[in-house]
Design a binder for this molecule. Structure first.
Ligand SMILES: CC(C)(COP(=O)(O)OP(=O)(O)OC[C@H]1O[C@@H](n2cnc3c(N)ncnc32)[C@H](O)[C@@H]1OP(=O)(O)O)[C@@H](O)C(=O)NCCC(=O)NCCSC(=O)C[C@H](O)C(=O)O
Ligand SMILES: [Mg+2]
Length: 264
């Protein structure tokens, strides 16, 4: 399976936009998601599906996924068939609501699944959904709507859900990606939200514009100071509890330092 270990930026784009597909291919995104769901107008759903299947057959420097339309929509089963035949590395399931559904879709597309947790039901089922998946993605726009957290409000109202998503992903040993940041021109705000996502434990963030990639990659990468400290830690550790400079360290700190250095 394609590894998601070191993916920090996940770029969404409408599969109906061929110019965006070219931009994504030439970008520094760690993973690209060609969307057939909310970014595509109903009258473009069939053509977007064809474009997505053709696009994933080409050469890409990063893994590419296709997001299908949700269960119950009129496009869902045609999307499943198309993705199953395609060269996409992953399928993305929006509005994942149960482990049964995630297993069924993963089996039908014969690909590793990235499940979007974006409803109250999905959050409460995340721990059961995660073992059927390669990663969980927070769908924060839908989640806000479902929880009735106003768009302009802080993330306080969805922070418990974000933590549940990280918890479920960690318990299953899979990756977790934070939701999108809608303010296209506010890179400082994006950097702050990436920092918050990283502090919550997310591996990276989903994005909606190529302009957001560099900020995201930088924010989720360990800083030089962090790497230096990790190298020193690994070099001096001798087992048990020890003093390291002005703090106590134990085995789990070394494991975290090694993981940081491995992903850097
Ligand atoms: C949000 C946008 C509709 C803004 O579009 P626009 O104003 O046209 O952008 P620009 O003029 O700045 O575009 C400049 C060029 O960049 C290309 N571009 C734009 N966005 C992307 C992209 N995401 N990937 C690749 N390339 C992109 C444009 O094509 C322009 O190129 P050119 O034509 O050569 O000049 C638009 O940015 C957009 O569509 N973004 C992605 C929207 C999307 O995929 N949404 C679905 C995922 S978000 C979501 O739903 C998450 C979850 O489900 C939830 O509930 O939270
Ligand atoms: Mg959504």
């Amino acid at each position: 399976m394609t590894s998601l270990e070191a993916v920090r930026s996940v770029l969404f784009l409408p599969a109906s936009n061929p110019r965006a597909i070219d931009h994504a291919r030439n970008s520094a995104a760690g993973l690209v998601i060609l969307d057939l769901e909310d970014a595509v107008k109903p009258d473009a759903k069939h053509s977007a599906r064809d474009v997505a299947v053709e696009a994933v057959a080409g050469d890409w420097p990063m893994p590419v996924a296709i997001r299908i339309n949700s269960v119950g929509s009129e496009w869902h089963s045609l999307d499943i068939d198309a993705v199953a035949q395609s060269k996409a590395a992953f399928a993305v399931l929006p509005r994942a609501s149960s482990a049964h559904l995630a297993r069924e879709v993963a089996g039908a597309v014969s690909k590793p699944l990235l499940a979007m947790i974006e409803t109250a039901t999905g959050v409460l089922a995340a721990a059961e959904i995660a073992p059927a998946c390669a990663a969980l993605i927070a769908g924060t726009n839908d989640l806000r709507a479902d929880l009735r957290v106003p768009d302009g409000a802080s993330r306080d109202g969805i922070s418990a859900s974000l933590q549940m998503i990280v918890l479920a992903a960690r318990a299953a040993g899979i990756a977790a990606f934070d939701g999108v940041y809608n303010q296209l021109d506010d890179l400082d705000g994006l950097a702050a939200e990436c920092g918050q996502g990283r502090a919550l434990g997310f591996d990276g963030k989903t994005l909606i514009h190529p302009r957001q990639i560099e900020t995201c990659n930088r924010a989720f990468a360990p800083g030089e100071g962090e790497l230096e400290r990790a190298r020193r830690l690994v070099a001096v550790y001798d087992g048990g509890a020890e003093r390291f400079e002005d703090e106590m360290i134990e085995r789990m700190h070394i494991d975290a330092a090694k993981r940081l250095l491995g992903n850097a």
